[in-house]
Design a protein around this ligand. Structure first.
Ligand SMILES: [Fe+2]
Length: 539
């Protein structure tokens, strides 16, 4: 094979390679085969370190490899050599042992060698340098040889540059995919926690989603209560929770969480096991096997409301990017929890206002005291037992509380009458569902509660009032309130009769399914009653 054929074949082989080290090795072998180079060392620019390192060598005796591998070619180090490289032209030193730019140690190694240095240039940028050495027994590198070697190095530089570009693109694509995943997850968290007004649900959702973004075996929410941090919720995966971390435990002192809380800044411990002095809370985590720990404050309206803690049994588990994403989640979480707290306070105020209104009605008769609140509780339990949404449960709860509000317009003499009502006394009393709706209709927020109030005296067989609706034509909320209302009426003592026992009342409800009551509602109530029997909870 002639020289040109060898050159062409070598170049083609370099083109097909997918690894920079293999390209440089291939180049060195080609130089040896074609130009009798004894050894070749190549340096590529490390863009992150801003220096040429480490050197890849081929043909160097093993004892010299570390010497050339570690040669620093950083800017500022060996400025003369860097100056030569920046000219982007090959330079040839016929007896490298005399070259004063090199250290005495390397000069000793190079004694008796012709050295050729060719900068690796791609698009006018120096991306590296190739040093190739030939024994001085051979003639020095001729201009024709240098020209061919320069072409070969240029080709190797181009192939290396493409490989790096491809690798970088792959890495970027992977990183991009990870970031997109984080953004999508953040969006999902945002939607999930913004749509909930239950603090427990917000915390649970956020913790589930955080574990999607970042792998951790332990997560906990600590919230501020009367000036101190209290463990609110804990999620663990594969580790057992020490007693010191049980929900409700107050945490004080100099633990990581307290420090993040006081400073309002994230705190990170990458190696818990190596820390010399640990607060008892952190020590309990370390004893549970936690090694990496991250504490991120929950800040809403510039006030720190609590701390999110993440832990893992691996050391150095959390990286800066994770902390950034988690901080975004905790910020959302803090605002959502704040909103939930405000909503909870407003809801409590609303309920207590409405309850005092309902109590005023119940108080009109000594026999019905507390009736509305009891109906509210029983109706809500039935709705929950039926698996209805929290929205419907809330409608049933309010409907139960307000179902008899229309009695405000009924003569007290009728309500207080210590005997069953006569036929002619019934019609005014029968108007109370409609009167109730008329009273509450101006309140926009109660609009969806009204059907439950209007129809709570309908019967399943269609013989009730005011609409004479039958079966599932009666709104579900009304069917539930009817059962709760009737149950409470049955078990309450009246001046003219002693109330039923709970068992008797339940039996009566079951006897009247299909006629007065919805069978499914009574079945749910029976299930609930059966479950709490003996549990200490009263109906
Ligand atoms: Fe009623």
């Amino acid at each position: 094979m002639d020289g040109f054929a060898r050159y062409r074949e070598g170049i083609e082989r370099l083109t097909g390679l997918a690894d920079v080290d293999e390209v440089l090795q291939g180049l060195a072998r080609l130089l040896k085969k074609m130009f009798n180079s004894r050894w070749t060392v190549a340096y590529l620019l490390d863009r992150e370190q801003r220096q040429f390192a480490p050197g890849r060598s081929c043909g160097l005796p093993a004892r010299y490899i570390p010497l050339f591998k570690e040669i620093p070619l950083a800017p500022g180090k060996r400025p003369q050599l860097m100056k030569v490289l920046r000219k982007r032209q090959p330079f040839h030193i016929p007896d490298a042992g005399q070259w004063e730019l090199l250290s005495p140690q390397i000069r000793t190694v190079l004694r008796g060698f012709n050295l050729l240095c060719i900068p690796m240039v791609v698009r006018n940028h120096v991306i590296g340098a190739v040093f190739t050495a030939r024994k001085s027994g051979h003639p020095p590198f001729s201009p024709a040889e240098i020209h061919v070697i320069k072409d070969m190095v240029s080709h190797a530089a181009l192939v290396s540059s493409h490989i790096r570009l491809f690798d970088d693109s792959l890495e970027m694509a992977v990183e991009m995919a990870r970031r997109i995943d984080v953004i999508i997850t953040l969006d999902e968290i945002n939607k999930a926690i913004s749509s909930s007004l239950s603090p427990a649900r917000i915390i649970e959702t956020a913790m589930e989603q955080i574990e999607r973004i970042i792998q951790c075996e332990f997560s906990a929410i600590l919230v501020e209560e009367r000036g101190q941090l209290v463990v609110n919720a804990i999620h663990v995966n594969g580790i057992s929770v020490p007693a010191a971390l049980a929900p409700g435990t107050a945490v004080t002192g100099n633990c990581l969480a307290c420090s993040a809380f006081r400073k309002g800044e994230s705190r990170y411990l990458p190696r818990l096991g190596e820390a010399k002095r640990l607060h008892s809370f952190d020590r309990a985590l370390a004893q549970a096997g936690i090694q990496s720990m991250l504490a991120i404050p929950l800040v809403s309206k510039k006030i720190t409301k609590g701390v999110l803690m993440l832990g893992d049994t691996r050391t150095g588990q959390f990286v800066r990017e994770d902390a950034f994403a988690i901080e975004k989640v905790t910020a959302q979480m803090a605002v959502a929890l704040d909103n939930a707290r405000l909503y909870g306070e407003m809801r409590a105020l609303f309920f207590s206002t409405v309850a005092s209104l309902a109590n005023a009605i119940d108080a009109k008769s000594p026999w019905t005291k507390g009736h509305s609140e009891r109906v509210m509780h029983v109706a809500a339990h039935i709705a929950q037992e039926m698996g209805l949404s929290e929205t419907v449960v809330e409608l049933v709860r309010l409907g139960g509380l307000l179902h008899d509000i229309g009695k405000i317009g009924i003569m007290e003499a009728l309500l207080e009458k210590p005997a069953t009502l006569s036929e002619e006394e019934f019609p005014p009393l029968r108007l109370h569902p409609e009167k109730g709706v008329a009273i509450l209709a101006p309140i926009e927020q109660l609009r969806e509660v009204l059907p439950g109030i209007l129809h709570h005296h309908e019967r399943y067989d269609g013989l009730g009032y005011p609409g004479g609706l039958r079966g599932e034509d009666i709104p579900l909320t009304a069917r539930i309130i009817t059962v709760a209302d009737s149950f409470d009426a049955m078990v309450s003592d009246r001046p003219y009769k002693k109330g039923f026992s709970r068992e008797e009342a339940l039996a009566e409800l079951r006897r009247c399914v299909g006629a007065q009551f919805d069978p499914e509602v009574v079945a749910a109530f029976s299930r609930y009653a059966g479950r709490i029997t003996g549990s200490g909870v009263t109906l």
